[in-house]
Design a protein around this ligand. Sequence first.
Ligand code: SGN
Ligand code: CA
Length: 517
Amino acid sequence: MIYLAPIVAILLAGSENASTPVAEEDPRPNILFIMSDDHAWQAISAYGRPDGTRVNSTPSIDRLAAEGMRFDRFFVENSICAPSRAAFLTGCFSTRHGIPTNAESFDGTQPTWPRLLGEAGYRTGVFGKWHLKSNPVGFDEWGVLIGQGPYYNPPMITPEGRVRVKGYTTDIITDQGIEALRRFTAGRNEDGRPFALLVQHKAPHRRWDPNPRHFRLYDGVDVPEPPTLLDDYADRGPASTLQTMTIARHLDDRDLKLIAPPELDETQRLAWNAYYDKVNADYRAAVDSGELAGDDLTRAKYQRYVKDYLSCVAAVDEGIGRILDELDTLGIAENTIVVYTSDQGWYLGEHGWYDKRWMYEESFRTPFILRWPGTVPAGATSNLLAQNIDLAPTFLEIAGEPAPARMHGASFASMLEQGGTSMPSGWRDAVYYRYYESEGPHTVPKHDGIRTDRWKLIWFPEVDPDGDGPAGPGDWEMYDLESDPDELRDVADDPANAEIRRMLERRLEALRLQYAA
Ligand code: SGN
Ligand code: CA
């Protein structure tokens, strides 16, 4: 059911008490929104790689999927941190929420789902990574990292000012989330108000600095490589050759842990050195002797990178396990919607890359799992073409609140209510994407595009189709996701697809108008 506000009913209990309001138990569910940063869906064992390979084990996130619904086609509108976070909050494309790149500051006075739920009676809080430059607006409680924030001993901003918290950032954010859950539950027990809590991890963002308790997690393990680790970018337009995000050439000494994070305290540094000194000495010796070179060196760098990354994921997963246990202990699991997602997807070596930004599936798609006991059947999956802009309208509808007309996204609450068996009526059959940050790190050229069930058409306005100049009149790429799920063969100029391409170009133009892009 979708709950109706207002939440306080005036019961007329006899003429002498005619004006006394009596608070009814508010039936609306709590919302716990857990988001990590740059978590590849391939690095969640409930998803795994498209060919079925599992690179790691995430028992707690898998538990959420087993008890809820796993979305298999959940996309972002702009695969980069601040723009995607703003889209999750506002339900709008970058053109409207005002953050097309990581450089702008978020205008917190615009409507966000936490603020609107707060106005509708929810208790609200956000803890962890925020990354929108301006401080959170519309939350009863908050504590956020400054910008990206470090993996160890992070300074945090709170309404009372700046504090430095000692420890490992993922564990700190988990602890803060659990403490907020306890406070909010005690509050609900007193006044009946439901809560919306956002727990937002920094991990597993670059530079993938693990907790000492996970240093040895992947010792002796060979993490499976993606089939495209040594991609040569043939059979495609030149766009993918313009980036600076390869494992082979663009990991630096901090990424490879040849240099320790600067923020470690004495004890942490000793633990760090006790592990990485030997690993680094072996690596340096193999590189210096020429034993590791060429593709073997790329493979070795992949192993080092991916093990650190997956170790950071392990801390996130453990934290989620603790949070799910806490919901059980508090007795609120039944009436709490839990979402796990990431601000975008990520390259775990696919196409030879780390980072995100592209409209290719690894970074365009993001993990999204939703548990709602008693409403969404356990173990359900969904192929709905959903997007981060849909989150705000969905949460608002669940709370019985109208979504402001400015929101570009649509609510899929009715699908959840019906156990995920039917598409919400009039649902989109294509999603739009736009990336603006050519000048940012990793030099991914600007692009926008459309994805349907089967096809993807991408326009790179600054790319020279001949590939012999830095900028050009623009280039199209087109992929058949059915026959080419790894997006290795650009078929934009294949005469056999001319008709489909024309149709996609028309639809792309319509989406640009619809989203004022
Ligand atoms: C930092 C990272 C980049 C990353 C951007 C954006 N460099 O600049 O690798 O692409 O953030 O990431 S680092 O040296 O600081 O790690 S985002 O998730 O915030 O969009
Ligand atoms: Ca991110």
